[in-house]
Write a protein that binds this ligand. Structure first.
Ligand code: PNS
Length: 164
């Protein structure tokens, strides 16, 4: 069985991520989308919320599983017998960091974890979770960036934060 993992922060998942998920799911028998539980990075949504959002957003893709992980990606992947990591490349600006991470993972795993890059579809090349959050924070329209139910959850989150 050809398995792959798509790790990330997904805070929140965007149409760009969903495009990569759909395309990777078509290439592998099983795709695990896994949310990094990163204590060092503050996030808008908790890991549990992000997992639930991803589950809802990918519910029609039968071979997609959603999970979370802590620690090193190579350890998590090895524990699930997964040897391919998927990452999306939006622009040349992503490349340096992604190349370094992919090579580090290859070195750390002694070649057991390879990274496959999918270039983001042009229509989503400008999208990032950070810009989605910034637009929403200032009351802008994020309809073209995230599914409707995610849009509502993001606005609701900022309403709660600002109401405090
Ligand atoms: O969506 P992001 O924030 O760009 O995802 C980054 C992620 C989660 C893929 C990356 O930070 C990661 O894999 N972190 C786990 C820790 C790890 O394995 N580090 C070693 C590689 S440098």
């Amino acid at each position: 069985m050809k398995k792959a993992i798509y790790p990330g922060s997904f805070d929140p998942v965007t149409f760009g991520h969903l495009d990569v998920i759909e395309r990777a799911a078509a290439m592998f028998d099983e795709l695990t989308v896994s949310v990094l539980n990163n204590v060092a990075k503050s996030s808008l949504f908790s890991v549990e919320e992000r997992v639930n959002i991803l589950k809802e957003a990918t519910k029609d893709l039968e071979n997609v599983k959603v999970d979370s992980f802590s620690g090193l990606l190579i350890d998590y992947a090895a524990s699930r017998d997964i040897h391919v990591a998927i990452r999306g490349l939006r622009a040349i600006t992503d490349f340096e960091y992604e190349l370094q991470t992919a090579q580090t993972n290859s070195m750390l795993s002694k070649g057991s974890l390879d990274t496959v890059f999918l270039t983001t579809s042009l229509e989503y090349a400008y999208l990032s979770s950070s810009s989605v959050k910034e637009i929403a924070y200032f009351g802008g329209d994020i309809s073209q960036c995230v599914p409707d139910f995610v849009k509502e959850l993001v606005y609701e989150k900022y309403k709660q934060i600002k109401g405090k």
